[in-house]
Design a binder for this molecule. Sequence first.
Ligand code: SF4
Ligand code: SF4
Length: 182
Amino acid sequence: MSIETMSLSGRKKEVSNKTMTFGEKLYLVAIFKGLMITIKHLFKRKVTIKYPEQTRELSPVYRGQHMLMRDDEGRERCTACGLCALSCPAEAITMKAAERKPNEIHLYREEKYAEIYEINMLRCIFCGLCEEACPKQAIYLTKSRVMVKSQSDREDFIYGKEKLVMPLDMAIQNTNKTQMAN
Ligand code: SF4
Ligand code: SF4
C-alpha cells in the first residue's frame, strides 16, 4: 500500500463516483441497514441512567466541589499565600489578603487570611493542583456530586467565600468525631 492510501486508523475507505444502480437509487437496502442498527440497540444494555433519581458510583479519584477548610477550632485555615492561584493552570483563582485583627483570632488561624477568595467555575478543570499546592491544607476538592449548578448569568459561576468556606457546624462535627475516635 502506498503512503498516500495508508490510513492510521485502518478504517479509511476509498469512494468511487460510479453510477448508482436502480436498486441503489431506491435506498431500500440502505434504509433497512440503518433500521437494523437502530433495532439492534433496542436490545442492548442502556448506557444512560435516570439522573438524578439514579446515580453512578463515583471513581475513587473523583474531584468535586472545592471547600475552604477550617481547623479543629473552626478557624479558617487559608493564609492567602496565593500558591493555589499560582499553581492553577486555568487561572481560575483570585484572592485578596488581609491582616488578622487581635479580636479575630477565633476566626482565622494565621495572621494573614483571605478577605476575598474566588474561584471561577467556568474556568476550573477540577485538576486538583490547588489542593496539592496548598501548604496549609486549606483547600480541598470534595466528593460532592453537584459540582456547579446551572445558572444563566456568568457572574454566578464565580464562587466566593460564602460558597467555598466549610460550614461551621461541619467543622464542629468533624472535631467531635476526631475527639470520640481518640
Ligand atoms: S482544581 Fe485545578 S483548575 Fe480548578 S481551581 Fe484548582 S488548580 Fe485551578
Ligand atoms: S488555599 Fe492554601 S495555597 Fe491557597 S491561598 Fe490559601 S493557604 Fe495559600
